[in-house]
Design a protein around this ligand. Structure first.
Ligand code: GLY
Length: 310
């Protein structure tokens, strides 16, 4: 088995002045995940490390850098899934921790549940010794500026969101053939307090099954949930479609059926992978065979050695 990790930094349109930093962030996160896989590590450790790096990077809408609710607060959602056991862990509407993806993994590893939300999730984080961070440490100047702009009565936050950045996520296959996915988000711009999107919902924000493959999604959560985008892609793969064809079919369906745009990273058990999107752009990177692949626009695909100085 040839290990692979595929990463996305959100579907939408990346403003020119932010594209270099965002691309560097996604490539560096892919390198970190691949370093774990190359050292014989497992796919779950690889996707959690990859997404943790993106949560810690203020250029992305997850962890520090998350978009704000209509009240001006950060509320974050995350999911992990293990393709060997179909075990999953998810959290939603968590406010004052730096890395929701690590909390989602603890839900999977340390409880008999799949999904914890809001204050219950925070209590569980405290019981696991996860440090609380001041809420303002997760808020950037950029997210505050976008929040203010979208408080205006004529604002269209969904349109504005698709014009900027989305969720982060990763899928990986390790040398044992085990598959995992991880997805994390601040949600959508100026969302109602308490709104939960697709990201923590199993089959929508992600899905992993060693028998079929794994998907992590990004885009408009209300549309993604209506078509259970991640599981729909795996359904098409079960019917014999490639990772790429299945991703395109499901994204086309989401666009025609519910008018939703988004993007996905997908792998199959043989390590074939795809990074596909119906939005204008999606920052993505993949690492396999000591080669880093990356791109931003449809059809764009650059490569370099994983060990090249960067
Ligand atoms: N896809 C992220 C969200 O809609 O919350």
């Amino acid at each position: 088995m040839i290990p692979v990790v595929v990463v996305h930094g959100g579907a939408g349109h990346v403003p020119r002045e932010r594209s270099e930093k965002s691309m560097e962030g996604v490539c560096s996160a892919a390198r970190a995940g691949y370093t774990i896989l190359r050292g014989g590590g497992n796919s779950m450790d690889a996707v959690v490390e990859t997404v943790t790096q993106l949560e810690n990077n203020p250029a992305f809408n997850a962890g520090c850098g998350s978009v704000l609710t209509n009240k001006g607060d950060v509320e974050m959602d995350a999911i992990v899934m293990d393709g060997k056991t179909l075990g999953s862990g998810a959290v939603s509407a968590v406010r004052n921790i730096a890395n929701p993806i690590q909390l989602a993994r603890l839900v999977m590893d340390k409880t008999s549940h799949v999904y914890l939300t809001a204050e219950g999730a925070s209590q569980f984080a405290r019981s696991m010794g996860i440090p609380e961070v001041p809420p303002e440490s997760l808020v950037t100047e950029y997210s505050r500026m976008r929040w203010k702009k979208n408080l205006r009565p004529d604002a269209n936050p969904v349109e504005c969101q698709m014009g900027k950045m989305g969720t982060v996520g990763a899928v990986a296959v390790d040398s044992e053939g085990n598959i995992a996915c991880a997805t994390s988000t601040g949600g959508i711009l100026n969302k109602m307090e308490g709104r939960v999107g697709d990201t923590p919902c199993i089959g929508s924000g992600g899905y992993a099954d060693n028998n079929v493959g794994a998907v992590s999604t990004t885009g408009h959560g209300e549309a993604i949930m209506k078509v259970t985008l991640a599981r729909l892609i795996l359904f098409h793969m079960e019917q014999g479609k490639s990772a790429e064809a299945a991703s395109d079919l499901a994204l086309d369906y989401m666009k025609s059926r519910v008018g939703g745009l988004g993007g996905v990273v997908t792998v199959d058990p043989q390590g074939h992978w795809a990074a596909r999107f119906s939005s204008l752009q999606m920052i993505w990177a993949a690492a396999q065979n000591d080669t880093l692949h990356y791109g931003l626009y449809t059809g764009e695909h650059f490569t370099q050695s994983i060990d090249d100085p960067h």
